[in-house]
Design a protein around this ligand. Sequence first.
Ligand code: 5GP
Length: 124
Amino acid sequence: MPYAYDDQNIFAKILRGEIPCKKVHETERSLAFHDINPQAPTHVLVIPKGAYVNYDHFALEASAEEIVDFTRCVGEVAKMLGHPESEGGNGYRILSNAGPDAHQEVPHLHIHIFGGAFLGRMVS
Ligand code: 5GP
């Protein structure tokens, strides 16, 4: 089963309210919160509320409503934190790790949004 989902992962527990998080934004189908171990001055994680392991699982199997909601939630947080015309910063970086080769630690889809400082060049 390529997309087996373990509902004991830490983000599933956050969604069920079993462990706390520092919430940034919430929509009907998505949640954004601060990373517990930030790798930039601003480091927010955005997750869908549905049980999806990674980006391809979500993109290929989620409903159109979930995809629109999640995409908009990522956009709203990015604009809040790093849009040149906002007060949050002057740019941002979006990243999602999937599987062991990418060192995915939590098996529930999450988009990292980094910002709040000059992040340097990642891909030339
Ligand atoms: P990954 O390596 O899977 O892309 O990233 C997982 C992220 O989740 C890491 O940046 C890690 O710091 C964060 N994280 C792990 N456990 C928790 C937690 O309990 N709460 C929060 N807010 N973030 C967590």
